[in-house]
Design a protein around this ligand. Structure first.
Ligand SMILES: [Zn+2]
Length: 238
């Protein structure tokens, strides 16, 4: 391949590489994966909060349980006194009986609290189960998106690979001075860096050139610089 065609072909490969990089960067799956991950993180925070609530409820239930056990132990001891026959004084017996009543009421109260606490715990566990289901669903969605991203992404990466190999071969086909100029121009600009002289204008900057400049270009080399934009200009050889 001659240098003019190699240069224009090289530019095509580079513009294609730019498009592929953009496509890879803007893949809808990529944004969807990020959104799915953000959602999973949010649900994870909710799970942490729910777990903390359940832990507190468990601790509170333990306190109530301990209280009930203490009061019941007290009741047993009062009960034992009552049936032992040691107390014969009726006033004392009445006092023990009143104490037993009061302890019984206390146990009833605590058991009521315990029931309410257990209900709260049930609600908390139901909430935790919902959160776990949402987390599993989120993970499934993320895996599905990642799978799609990998399939499409690897197709793009294969194209990138093939363009890069073509690029290397084309670069090798160019004389060193042109190769260096091309690479310097490319490092400064994202768009085309090679224009073709056509209809008295450079196809890259699309600025019409005065006749005198055209004449000078026509009497010069096949490849030169555009007098207007400084890009490499193909004067002839196509
Ligand atoms: Zn130009």
């Amino acid at each position: 391949m001659d240098k003019v065609h190699a240069l224009l072909e090289l530019q095509e490969r580079d513009l294609s590489l730019q498009r592929l990089a953009k496509e890879l960067d803007e893949m809808p799956e990529k944004r969807a994966i990020l959104a799915a991950r953000a959602k999973i993180a949010d649900i994870g925070k909710l799970k942490e909060r729910t777990d903390t609530v359940i832990k507190h409820l468990d601790a509170a239930a333990k306190v109530i349980d301990d209280n009930i056990a203490t009061v019941k132990a007290k009741m047993d001891s009062e009960q034992a006194k009552f049936v032992s026959g040691e107390i014969t004084n009726s006033k004392e017996l009445q006092a023990v009986s009143r104490e037993l009543d009061s302890l019984r009421k206390r146990v009833e109260l605590l058991e009521g609290e315990e029931l309410a606490q257990m209900q709260k715990r049930e609600d908390g566990l139901a909430q935790a189960a919902k959160i776990d289901a949402a987390l599993a669903q989120g993970a499934e969605r993320e895996a599905e998106l990642t799978g799609r991203f990998k399939v499409r992404g690897s197709e793009i990466l294969a194209q990138v690979d093939s363009e890069k190999r073509a690029r290397t071969a084309l670069l090798a086909a160019l004389p060193e001075d042109i190769r260096t100029r091309y690479e310097i121009l490319r490092s400064k600009s994202a768009g085309p860096v090679v224009g073709v002289l056509s209809d008295n204008m450079c196809s890259a900057c699309r600025v019409g050139l005065p006749t005198k400049k055209i004449e000078a270009l026509m009497s010069g080399p096949d490849l030169t610089s555009c007098p207007n934009c400084g890009r490499i200009l193909v004067v002839r050889g196509l």
